[in-house]
Design a protein around this ligand. Structure first.
Ligand SMILES: Nc1ncnc2c1ncn2[C@@H]1O[C@H](COP(=O)(O)OP(=O)(O)OP(=O)(O)O)[C@@H](O)[C@H]1O
Length: 614
């Protein structure tokens, strides 16, 4: 009780904040004097150039906004982007900034006049120089511009919008005291991403109070936390609306709003909710949208939400839409062979790191995770899994407790998981944007990684289309033939895993792989790097339906043929089939509604995303 009183912020401060804030949004007349910004509000990638000439070293205090409330009034920061085409791409800049070469290419965060708290918190994480998107965003964001920001996956967009917001709030609190209602709101499409953004903000500015709100968790705790007072709210639209409707969340003092993964946030299905939230914000605010993909429709639509927006586009019209460090491969397989070739692909391409396998449906994620669990430490992640389990799964994956995550597109966007060396598109994504995001779970922050598309012969055209639209080239891998007794069958349940059942060996020795005639490669899967870890899950009698799609460490619970438990096993398999059929029916109905919606509204491609069918 006492602590709640102590923690509750004073209403007087909130009032004083309201008074101050009204002066904070004066139009910025001299902003366009900055040589980086092309009039009309676009910084094309090709003109972004090197920022090595930014005059920060001559101006140790960097920006002059400390005493100016939220918006700088000090004019341009002497950004002198060298004209055109020296770099073009964010990652080239990144490579420079992240390389061991010293040089001036990056912007020393410590020399920019950013709050010392942020500088030292970032330094603790090894972040001392800004990435290109961060450099490009910093000045206009500090000056209060609305903006659309696009940069490739894994290039630091979160801190690009995070640093200016955190800095302004720290300055503001220092001057005006702390208030009760949030000053900034970040909307994210998935719970996992919302949590990640909150965490990154928290780590960068530990003195600020953040809340992350999303469904599947007790709302009462969130209401209490809001009551104590917070600086920044991060969340998914559904729960935010719930809290607004209950009167627990007051957005009337919000100065900054960010739509992370904006193109997803404004898709049909999400857009309505987002609008409901935006309606509750003050008119005078700074709005920013970020994503690695910004289809043309989103740019048009964004005009409804942004005022005179600046577009900072580090991808631009460049052919290549993927992060540079990602190598792409494709491999043809028939539907029934797909599950069997994943093991060899992981062994060969994950190089001992983590792998995310993307499926199109929750059911396939479950089935595949189950089928693979006998050979890999592997779990499933999708929208039908209870939130607490989703969180356990993700943190287990982050911490390296298991190496293979089989996920729907709920994990396609934004997630920043260390050491994901391989992404496998078990099924082709619905569109090229999703391809970019899925693949972007690897090759982050300048690291290298691989993405493999598995496709059937009749999907060749779709693969070519991805190549065209994403500006990439797949290296075709030789076909893999799997001996019948080594097939992993995810379609028919436990009964068809016989090839593994009586095999006492662990690891990939079981795969008995042969390369097809076109293969010039050695088979060479016998000595799996995963061998030892897989062994944990793949007891000779694996077949745990109890762990289906969950923690595969339970594999083996129900034994295999000859265990005397075959009846239980069969019953469970039967129950599972019924459960899956019911769920499939549910998904079918939702999709039908979705497609009807599209045909009525004429909007958008049928982005079949799991979060639309929670
Ligand atoms: N200036 C920096 N120096 C070093 N590391 C950084 C810097 N900025 C961000 N990072 C790290 O880079 C990684 C990727 O950043 P982030 O998740 O923001 O990428 P993103 O562009 O939002 O990707 P996506 O499009 O997939 O959402 C994170 O681990 C982050 O901590």
């Amino acid at each position: 009780m006492m602590s709640s009183i102590l923690l509750r912020r004073s209403a007087a401060l909130a009032v004083s904040r309201g008074r101050v804030s009204s002066t904070l949004f004066a139009p910025i007349s001299n902003f366009l004097a900055s040589p980086v910004v092309v009039d009309g509000g676009v910084i094309p990638a090709a003109e972004f150039g090197h920022f090595s000439s930014i005059g920060v070293t001559e101006r140790p205090l960097g920006f002059g906004f400390q005493s100016k409330g939220f918006h700088a009034a000090s004019g341009p920061l002497n950004f002198k982007a060298s004209l055109v085409s020296q770099t073009g791409f964010a990652l080239e800049e990144y490579d420079d900034a992240s390389s061991s070469r010293s040089g001036d290419e990056g912007l020393e965060i410590g020399k920019l006049g950013i709050a010392p708290e942020i500088v030292s918190a970032l330094a603790k994480k090894g972040i001392t120089k800004l990435f290109p998107i961060q450099r490009a965003v910093l000045e206009p964001a500090m000056q209060g511009r609305d903006m659309i920001g696009r940069a490739r996956t894994g290039t630091g967009k979160t801190l690009a919008f995070g640093i200016p917001i955190l800095d302004k709030i720290i300055q503001f609190n220092a001057k005006n005291g702390r208030g009760r209602n949030p000053l900034a709101l970040v909307l994210a499409p998935t719970r996992e991403l919302a949590r990640q953004v909150e965490k990154e903000f928290e780590e960068a500015a530990p003195s600020l109070d953040m809340i992350c709100v999303y469904g599947g968790t007790p709302i009462s705790r969130q209401m209490r936390q809001l009551d104590y007072g917070i600086d920044i709210a991060v969340g998914t639209p559904g729960r935010l609306i719930d809290l607004l409707n209950r009167g627990s969340l007051n957005l009337s003092e919000v100065k900054f709003v960010v739509l992370d993964e904006a193109d997803q946030m404004l898709q049909v299905g999400f857009q309505e909710d987002v609008e409901k939230i935006l309606e509750r914000l003050p008119q005078k605010r700074q709005s920013m949208m970020f994503s690695a993909t910004m289809p043309s429709w989103i740019r048009k639509l964004s005009q409804n939400y942004l005022t005179n927006p600046l577009t900072i586009d580090l991808v631009g019209d460049s052919d290549q839409k993927l992060a540079d460090g990602i190598s792409l491969f494709s491999i043809v397989s028939d539907t029934y062979g797909k599950a069997s070739i994943i093991g060899p692909l992981i062994t060969e391409h994950a190089k001992g790191g983590k792998c995310i396998v993307f499926t199109q449906t929750k059911r396939d994620a479950d089935r595949l995770a189950y089928a693979m669990a006998r050979n890999f430490r592997c779990e499933a992640l999708h929208g039908d899994i209870a939130q607490s389990q989703r969180e356990r799964t993700l943190s287990g994956f982050r911490d390296g407790h298991f190496n293979v995550l089989v996920a729907t597109d709920v994990a396609a966007r934004g997630l920043d998981i260390p050491n994901v060396d391989l992404v496998i598109h078990f099924e082709l994504p619905n569109n090229t944007e999703i391809f970019v995001h899925r693949s972007g779970r690897t090759g982050r922050a300048g690291k290298k990684g691989s993405a493999i598309v598995i496709y059937s012969q009749d999907q060749s055209r779709a693969v070519r289309m991805i190549e065209r639209e994403v500006g990439c080239r797949f290296t075709e891998l030789p076909r893999i033939t799997v001996e019948p007794d080594a097939r992993v069958d995810m379609f028919t349940g436990g009964g068809s895993y016989g090839g593994f059942r009586d095999n006492q060996m662990n690891g990939l020795e079981r795969f008995s792989i042969k390369r097809g005639p076109s293969s010039g490669r050695p088979g060479g899967y016998e000595s799996s790097r995963f061998g030892r870890s897989m062994g944990r899950n793949s007891g000779p009698n694996s077949g745990s339906f109890g762990s289906f799609g969950r923690n595969s460490n339970n594999a083996g619970n129900f034994g295999g043929p000859g265990s005397g438990r075959s009846e239980i096993l069969e019953t469970l398999a039967y129950l599972m089939t019924i459960w899956m059929t019911i769920r499939e029916l549910g998904e079918g109905i939702s999709k039908l509604k979705w497609e009807q919606h599209i045909s009525i509204t004429g909007k958008q491609l049928p982005w079949i995303h799991d979060d639309f069918f929670p």
